[in-house]
Ligand binder design. Sequence first.
Ligand code: ADP
Ligand code: MG
Length: 845
Amino acid sequence: MKEKKLSPMMEHYIKVKEENPDKILFYRVGDFYEMFMDDARLASQELDLVLTGKSAGVEEKIPMCGIPYHAANSYIQRLVKKGYKVAICEQLSDPATSKGLVERGIIKVITPGTYMDEVMDAKSNNYMASISISSWNVCALFCELSTGELKYQILDRSLISLEKALLTMDTSEIVVPVTLDKRWLAALEEMDTITVSLQKKENLENEDVKLLHENDPEIVKNALAQLMAYLKETQKQHIDHFMPVTSMDAQSTLVLDYETKNHLDLITSHSSSTKSESLWTFMDRCQSAMGSRTLKQWIEMPLINAPKIEKRQRAILTLKNDFILRENLKEHLAYIYDMERLASRMAYGNASPRDVLQLVTTLEHAKPILELAQKIESYPEFKETPDCHSLYIEIQNAIVENPPLTLKEGGVFKEGYNVQLDELRNISSKGKNTILEIENKEKERTGIKSLKIGYNRVFGYYIEVRNGYLNDIKEEYGYYPKQTLANATRFVTSELKEKEDQIVHAQEEKNRLEQELFTKLLLRIKEDLFDLHSCAKALASIDVLVSLTQLAIDKGYVCPVFHPEMSVKVIEGKHPILEDRMKKKKFVSNNWIMDENNSIELITGPNMGGKSTYMRQNALIVIMAQMGSFVPCKSCELPIFDRIFTRIGASDDILTGKSTFMVEMMEANVALRYATKHSLILFDEIGRGTATYDGMALAQAMLEYIEEVIQAKTLFSTHYHELTEMENTHARVKNVHVDVKEKKGEIEFRYRMIEGKADKSYGIHVAKLAHLPKVVLERATQLLKDYENIDNTSSYQPSLFVMDPIQPEKSKLMDRLHELDIDSMSPREAMECLYELKQLADEIE
Ligand code: ADP
Ligand code: MG
């Protein structure tokens, strides 16, 4: 093969790529960002781009694909969402004027954690974590670039705690030290929703020390130093809009771990019964994205301090009783934009004139909101909250009412804001008149009526004279011919050129000045960043309080009462979401009563009887109560719980490939180890994943341990009827069961919890409801009778009938029929369905 050299540009490309192997390099060439080689192959697949080849000096063509630079944002967003990092390599010198190779360099790296464009989902957070490890602990420092939030959590030095913390915060990227243990690194890289980035150790810069408090531990400082170094490397600028770090202290919140949040569908919904509604989406009546995000935090971190909870309750009461106050607040809250993110964008320097307008609108309404909120007596801090009114006046005086989307379009500032700007605007707008004046003057001087002045990009202003009149142009007029057309000639004069220079110059000067003034305005806004953040926080809290009040009013919720005893008295409690969703049937409310001496409620009863619903609803009531919300019941007295543990549902953890039983035991283990007398434990049919005797033995052992050692309040549903005997031997165990009515072999569910144990399990009845083949049901009934008389072995009847084989077509037809939801069908769908059913029926001989 002939040795050939790569072109100089490709050589440069390869050098930059070698320095950034873990990023997709967007290499600016003219109006395009080009990707080459492996990046091109990857990007063409991920972005559905056409892969082409570029001859770059060598014989084979180099794989290449490109995107127009002005459309880059949407492509970057798609790649970053998939977890890639994108490095933007720009042309740093003007290709028109530079000799030789255009100078290029990386101006920014966009990563999943640093992505902060407007299109980001407004209601959710985008956290990036930086971790630092000491002999005993891991510090996970979470930051959100778009809001300037920094908070940390100190964890045990264990990979599992770290993984859970990352999942709980829905982290998109994690920055780790280059020295991180290989096993840990591999495990983190395995997590598909998280991008891992390595960072060399750096010292904390002096100006960032102010983000820490005196008593923040050393590992927090290390994690912060690492984060700041990483941000500087990727953003190519020092990030200075962070608020000081706060601690996510587990001591001050009701601890809900990752599994519990999932099992209870707090933030995202997993179960089909609630029609994909999570507690968050159900409760959210906030008008601003900041409010929705704050509500989410309140749900994820309920309080454990009674005065703090009561503070929120009292605010809701005030708002509930004062219709006018509530409605006035709502009216203003409708104008609140995402001030947290706006302020950060201003400070970061990538705000648009529209962003500034949104900030102005928000501030305009911030003042009346804060004034109204002074009536909420349990929140005296609203009186102290800065309303940033002087900043509002300043921006309002500067920006026009309807500024353009981008600065380039011009016309952002009001008349009278800047004398020089006004003058320049005058010149360029007068320019048009000046040109008209010249046109008239020339018409008169030459006597040519059809003479006119035009403009094009190549020659600028010109005087156009029809060729028939050329003789009228005298030498002394000073006309210089510029262009000859078929029927006319274009001229310029020195006067015309002079005016043109002035107009163009004024235009350029005006743009430059507007840019300068805008930058200054952003800097001015940045001065008030801290106040803007406190104001935003207060507005978000007010939004949440109004939203919780509206929920309480709409649904008729009551204010829970907390007491120091470990006893529970929830009267007529309901599952908030199911109650709301049930249209035809009415949701049956249930009491949950446990006195100080009760520790375990052992729940038995048939499948589909409402056991899981009852357990979940009680946990949701506890969470809602401790976040300060009103709750779905008639009255409610609760202790303050410190932690909720759940083992609900039989979902295999497909991601990590653990079997149901293993997952079940691991979750039980967490509860048994960490629960205290003040915790709430929900164990739903534990032990189901293994052989009957194993499962039952494990369940009983766990119950005994909870009863004797932990004494946490526990809701334990089980299908092992033998366990109900424990009530007789263990003082703190109480049996309850779901009420069902049996009529002529059919069962009717009542969904009501009543004291005592269930008399039988009704498994076959439920199977009947599921339309199992009749022969199977009959055989099961017969077998059951035999088991029940097991000591009288002679009565055991072997199956006398030959089992009717189940016809697959028939069961397909039956399945289709059962799953039909006729009410939701359009006439056309119904018709199509009828044809389909007919065909299925025809297949059966
Ligand atoms: P189990 O855990 O006993 O098998 P579930 O709690 O899963 O039963 O409830 C099964 C279904 O019964 C629910 O999806 C719901 O439709 C209905 N249900 C449960 N509890 C109630 C209730 N209190 N009122 C009305 N319907 C209920
Ligand atoms: Mg269940």
